[in-house]
Design a protein around this ligand. Structure first.
Ligand SMILES: Cc1cc2nc3c(=O)[nH]c(=O)nc-3n(C[C@H](O)[C@H](O)[C@H](O)COP(=O)(O)OP(=O)(O)OC[C@H]3O[C@@H](n4cnc5c(N)ncnc54)[C@H](O)[C@@H]3O)c2cc1C
Length: 389
């Protein structure tokens, strides 16, 4: 390890490793600091991604794919369910292995990765300009110089705050999540299940994602305000007692997901935010693996260009590229999420039954949302924008 780099990335999740990969590929010297001992562990994720999303970064590999899914089933509060037509496929990953593969791609492009390396502050020069990070690396204090710091430190990001960026997620937009991995369950190996309704997951959804034939990630995300009345884990346990009474719980996690629009500012001075740290999660689905990797790629590319041109004034270009690529879609998804979250059980049942009346080949996700929002004409345009493009 050297004492200074062009770029230091804090966090070796998918967003950080992807930022490092593209920055290194474009010629920058890059160091990634990861506070945990192992990249990819602990896993706090349902692990579902689309084929299309993954394949733009890495060839899908059975070694880190637990299940290939071709369907998803939406279950209404009254138990009726609809399976929208899907044109693509998706995967339930083994993130513990997937994250390592993504980190290896960064390393192959020349990035250095150090684990058990906790960044605790930004380093500043005599004029107060950001000049790197302070960290504890394998129990030793270290000061590492960097021209650019990429904050990929996840939902509880502190690096952005140290740079003076407001990374607070409004409590209204924070989903409280709990998930267990269950073994000894019967699940459809090719189907993602989503359950809706006030009794199961008020204002959010509960998921059952298969990991092979007899194992599944079963999780729930509900609004933090709802969780104050009854915790996410309580809802989850009730569902499991009813649905999978003979299951064994092999992992158990809890965490927050920022289901918000992207932070207003994701670049300040020489600090760039990526992934959950920048709230680059799809606010409607809560999925943040691929969108975080896209954020990481764009940040890594712009950071390397700025180093090459010796002009850090180029960094705000990252925010522009993000907004053009995905930020605008997240703004639209946010509006749709807001509208859907207020639906009563009765409305959700009605949407499901209307969708079931559509011919099977017309039962697309876009058509279902159009049915759901038919009485909100301004939203129909939004639905068209994100489901047609
Ligand atoms: C219960 C749950 C289920 C989910 N299910 C899905 C799903 O099915 N599909 C999907 O796409 N998304 C899902 N998500 C969201 C997804 O997990 C995140 O969006 C994704 O992991 C974000 O990647 P990231 O690289 O930004 O952050 P992370 O994966 O959180 O990585 C951040 C890294 O930074 C490190 N770090 C933090 N602080 C420091 C520091 N000070 N110094 C050094 N290192 C530090 C952490 O140890 C961590 O390794 C889920 C989230 C939760 C909570």
């Amino acid at each position: 390890m050297k004492t200074s780099y062009d770029i230091v990335v804090v966090g070796a999740g998918p967003a950080g490793s992807t930022a490092a990969r593209y920055a290194a590929e474009h010629g920058a010297s890059v160091l990634v600091l990861e506070k945990d001992r192992d990249v990819g562990y602990p896993v706090r994720c349902g692990e579902a991604v689309s084929h299309e999303g993954v394949a733009q970064f890495i060839e899908p590999d059975p070694r880190w794919i637990a299940s290939t899914v071709t369907k998803f089933r939406l279950v209404a509060p009254n138990g009726h369910s609809v399976v929208p037509r899907l044109d693509g496929k998706g995967y339930v990953l083994e993130r513990r292995l997937f994250d390592v593969e993504i980190a290896k791609l960064a390393a192959r492009n020349g990035a250095e990765i150090v684990t058990k390396a906790y960044a605790y502050d930004l380093l500043r020069d005599g004029s107060g300009n950001i000049a790197g990070v302070r960290a504890v690396i394998k129990d030793q204090q270290a000061e590492i110089g960097a021209r650019i710091v990429i904050a990929a430190d996840g939902v509880e990001s502190r690096v952005g705050k140290w740079a003076g960026i407001d990374t607070t997620c409004h409590i209204r937009d924070m989903e409280s999540c709990a998930q267990v991995t269950l073994s000894n369950v019967r699940v459809d190996v090719d189907t993602l299940d989503f359950y809706f309704g006030d009794d199961v997951s008020p204002g959010g959804y509960l998921w059952v994602f298969p990991k092979g034939h007899d194992t599944a990630n079963v999780g729930i995300g509900i609004n933090v305000e709802e969780a104050k009345k009854k915790s996410a884990i309580r809802y989850l346990e009730e569902f499991i007692d009813k649905t999978f009474p003979h299951a064994a719980m092999v992992t158990r996690i809890a965490g927050g997901v920022p289901c918000a629009t992207t932070c207003e500012e994701i670049v300040r001075d020489s600090v760039m935010l990526v992934g959950d740290a920048a709230h680059q999660v799809n606010p409607m689905s809560g999925g943040g693996i691929i969108s975080g990797m896209i954020g990481g790629m764009l940040a890594g590319q712009v950071a390397a260009e700025a180093i090459r041109e010796n002009d850090l004034r180029m960094l705000p270009e990252y925010q522009k590229r993000w907004q053009k690529r995905l930020g605008w879609r997240h703004d639209v998804f946010y509006n749709i999420k807001e509208a859907v979250a207020s639906f009563s059980d009765e409305t959700l049942n009605g949407i499901c039954d209307s969708a079931l009346k559509l011919p099977e080949d017309k039962r697309t996700l876009g058509a279902i949302f159009r049915t759901a929002l038919w009485n909100q004409p301004s939203m129909l345009l939004d639905v068209a924008k994100v489901f047609v493009s």
